[in-house]
Design a protein around this ligand. Structure first.
Ligand code: TRP
Length: 453
């Protein structure tokens, strides 16, 4: 990712269309795909949840991603500034909501990313080799049992995130992104193929794609919809901010479609890699947040060359988490730089520190603070994840859809959408969806959850 963040007075642009796609995909593809998607799919019974998630991506996620990018490119501002620029008044609140969501999400995201860094360290030390195979599933409970380890790795991850955002994102990272993403994809394909040919492969396929609609209760629907927002980095202005660095020649629908497809494929591949292991080894699909950390290392410790693949996999997982983490921090920093005229360095350091502090209760949520539950039966980390993902993001998305469909003028939306490529018929379809379909769907799922239907 290039200079956009470096220039304060003059806003920069992505160096190319590919740079824009890779940055957006880097934001979208992260722990949401590899850690969260498989575990929530397991908790909500598989097939029906997966199909409803894909339905949400198409009817709500993709249209809102286009809306965010259009708003960003049209205004060339941070989220708060963008809403104020089009229509003053209280719409700036939507941007504010985004800044808060970014703050909250990164606070616990960095804790989970810390687990991944810990696993990278373990894999470098050769822990996932045949000699140690028997103890591998217990490693995760060992990590969760230590508050200090979690705090330490969370700090390491936040440090790396701050470091990258501080420098303005360098060309080096943009180049690294281009290599790392395809390699991550390749490893997931290998693991998925290997999984499908293992004894649990057939059962995994059945679990993931055979819908049992009775499992799709209101909480599952809300979770699927919230996750569509989380996975695509929507509802809080991250894609809006990235869109504000896009040049006039880039076709926004093209980018948004590419990113959505990549993101969905990575999630499904992770599921295909993880569930065969679950069924082959008689584990519980509903094992919860530790699922990816308990399953994949088993395979690493058993396959030839597995210890090398383990290092590569966790390196890429950390990298995927970093490219998402910086997009979360970037929204917060962009707000303080653009609106409050802070210096970039000051904004990054102060906000990074505050976000780290807010993350501390999440890091301690398995031991010292295990009784601190905002929502009954869920520790602090899981509680704020639920609040941010299932409520803040869809609410933000709903408001963004309403703003785009009803406040932004039709001509402006059409002009922005068709820059770079005129797809006849695309505009009316998208406009209808963003104006009516997406808001109504989000509202229905919300009302459904609070028991109004
Ligand atoms: N999409 C990322 C993931 O799947 C997380 C993320 C990055 C995010 N930026 C975001 C989520 C903005 C919501 C909003 O891991």
């Amino acid at each position: 990712m290039p200079a956009p963040h470096k220039t304060k007075q003059k806003r920069g642009l992505w160096s190319s269309r590919l740079g824009f796609i890779m940055a957006s995909a880097g934001s979208a593809v992260g722990l949401g795909n590899i850690w969260k998607f498989p575990y929530i799919t397991g908790m909500h019974g598989g097939g029906a949840f997966v199909l409803f998630f894909i339905f949400c991506i198409v009817t709500v996620g993709l249209p809102i991603m286009i809306a965010e990018m259009i708003l960003g490119r049209h205004t060339r501002k941070d989220p708060v500034g963008a809403f104020r620029a089009v229509r003053g008044g209280c719409w700036g609140v939507v941007g504010w909501l985004g800044v808060i969501a970014g703050f909250v999400i990164l606070s616990y995201y960095s804790v989970v990313a810390g687990w991944a860094v810990d696993y990278l360290w373990l894999s470098i030390r050769g822990t996932f080799s045949a000699a140690h195979a028997s103890g591998v599933p217990e490693l995760f409970s060992g990590l969760l049992a230590s508050d200090w380890s979690q705090l330490f790795w969370q700090a390491v991850f936040m440090g790396m995130t701050v470091f990258i955002v501080l420098g303005g994102v360098s060309a080096g990272l943009e180049r690294a992104n281009r290599i790392m993403m395809p390699v991550l994809f390749l490893i997931l394909v290998i693991l998925a193929v290997k999984g499908l040919f293992s004894p649990g492969g057939k059962q995994a396929l059945h679990f993931l794609f055979h819908p049992d609609w009775s499992r799709l209760d209101p909480p599952a629907m809300l979770e699927a919809m919230g996750h569509a927002f989380f996975s695509l980095s929507l509802g809080m202005g991250a894609m809006l901010t990235y869109g504000s660095y896009a040049d006039e020649k880039t076709s926004i629908p093209g980018v948004a479609i590419t990113v959505s497809i990549m993101d969905t494929c990575v999630a499904l591949l992770s599921g295909l890699a993880i569930f065969p292991i679950v069924f082959t080894f008689g584990m519980q699909p509903s094992a919860g947040p530790g699922l990816v950390f308990k399953t994949l290392p088993i395979i690493f410790s058993q396959m030839p060359g597995g210890s090398v693949i383990a290092v590569l996999f966790f390196l890429l997982l950390v990298f995927a988490a970093l490219t998402s983490g910086i997009s979360l921090l970037e929204v917060v920093v962009a707000y303080y730089c653009d609106e409050k005229k802070w210096e970039r360095k000051k904004a990054t350091l102060i906000m990074g520190l505050l976000i780290f502090l807010l993350g501390v209760p999440s890091a301690l949520s398995n031991n010292l603070l295990k009784d601190l539950q905002l929502i009954g039966g869920r520790n602090f980390l899981d509680s704020i994840d639920l609040i941010a993902t299932n409520y803040l993001l869809p609410l933000g998305g709903l408001l963004i859809a309403l703003f785009t469909g009803w406040v932004l003028t039709t001509g402006l939306a059409k002009g922005e959408l068709e820059k770079g490529a005129v797809r006849i018929h695309f505009f009316p379809v998208w406009y209808f969806i963003i104006k009516y379909v997406s808001p109504v769907l989000v509202a229905i799922v919300f009302l459904h959850t609070i028991g109004l239907f």
